[in-house]
Design a protein around this ligand. Structure first.
Ligand SMILES: C[S@@+](CC[C@H](N)C(=O)[O-])C[C@H]1O[C@@H](n2cnc3c(N)ncnc32)[C@H](O)[C@@H]1O
Length: 330
């Protein structure tokens, strides 16, 4: 029995005795699909289990597909896009035992959810969205986003504030050191669909006599990477896009001039910490780190663990935290 699990995390799978999945996991040919490489690593770490991380569900054939979802677990649009892919893989047969919906929520919402594709399960709806964003002095850019990728259907104001501050500083005050060959290496960690890095790149293209930008975009979510690759190509930007949840130590090697990050702030700044640790490792001495958050009070002490001095720049109701990596900092 080849079984595909969709929407499960490591803690769903291995809370022994609580979920039937735990037992089946160990006895059957089960593959777990994840959209985020962090979840894949967590599953593999706990049981050396089979996990596939990709923006779309893997081709079967699958005898059984189990799907864990609900309003608190993922957005309605992401749930629907995954349900549609499951329906495609099962040839439209969404009946038990081939399809099992592990719905976390009210029975009525579960039925409404299934009703959405009941009449035509194999119809392919396009959930991609396009929208525009720009920074002062830069062109209006069109971005594509997908359900699950941050942000979907709209720009994030925190990301926009970060892009505005950094593009203004790089275009006007040139804070990076003058002993470079004119090429600025910029790392956008947690790039989502590429909003921040690509807006900065577009702004600097309008003053290209000053800088030649070399852009690296990193995210742990496969749909973010998928969107960032498309957006960079559509905008004619030659960016390197990396799928990673750990700051790819081998690549973040003290050669970057600028780091930008709009980290997620759940889990008590644990992820912001990963971002800042990466920033310190990635930047060369004199390189500049910019992060953004709603309220600087929470992030500032975390940033100070890596960079002793932090300047706070207010923009759009957000705080951009700027630090310079000092010479000799290890
Ligand atoms: C708040 S969003 C910012 C997205 C984009 N930079 C913007 O401003 O619109 C945070 C992003 O960080 C990504 N992320 C979370 N943990 C990560 C990690 N450990 N490594 C890389 N990216 C991560 C998420 O997938 C998400 O795309």
């Amino acid at each position: 029995m080849k079984t595909l699990l969709v929407g499960y995390t490591a803690s769903d799978l291995f809370e022994r005795g609580k979920r039937d999945v735990t037992v089946k996991w160990l006895t059957e040919d089960v593959t777990c699909h994840t959209l985020d490489i962090y979840h894949r690593h967590a599953i593999e770490k706990m049981h050396h289990a089979k996990a596939i991380c990709s923006p779309h569900l893997p081709e079967g054939p699958w005898d059984v597909i189990k799907f864990r979802t609900g309003p608190k677990l993922m957005s309605g649009e992401l749930a629907l896009s995954l349900l549609q892919e499951i329906a495609q893989l099962l040839g439209g047969d969404l009946k038990a035992p081939r399809f099992q919906l592990d719905y976390v929520g009210k029975e009525r919402d579960r039925n409404d959810f299934l009703d959405k594709i009941k009449d035509d399960p194999t119809r392919v709806r396009d959930f991609a969205a396009t929208w525009q964003a720009s920074v002062p002095g830069g062109p209006k850019l069109t971005f594509t986003s997908y359900p699950g990728c941050f942000c979907h259907r709209r720009q994030d104001d925190g990301g926009l504030a970060l892009a505005e501050v950094v593009s203004m500083e790089l275009a006007v005050t040139a804070p990076v050191r003058e002993d470079t060959d004119g090429t600025v290496r910029l790392l956008d960690m947690g790039c989502g669909c590429g909003l921040v890095g690509l807006l900065i790149a577009s702004r600097l293209q309008t003053c290209s006599s000053t800088y030649n930008l070399n852009l690296t975009l990193v995210d742990s979510h496969t749909r973010a990477v998928e969107a960032a690759v498309k957006n960079a190509a559509d905008q004619g930007v030659d960016a390197e896009v990396i799928l990673s949840d750990n700051g790819t130590p081998a690549r973040m090697d003290g050669t970057f001039d600028v780091f930008v990050g709009n980290p997620p702030y759940y889990s008590d700044y644990r992820i912001a910490d990963v971002f800042l640790e990466t920033a310190k490792r990635a930047l060369k001495p004199g390189g500049v780190c910019y992060t953004v958050c709603k309220n600087a009070a929470g992030l500032e002490p975390v940033q100070k663990r890596y960079f002793p001095e932090v300047e706070i720049i207010k923009r759009r109701g957000y705080a951009v935290l700027k630090s310079v990596k000092r010479d000799g900092c290890d």
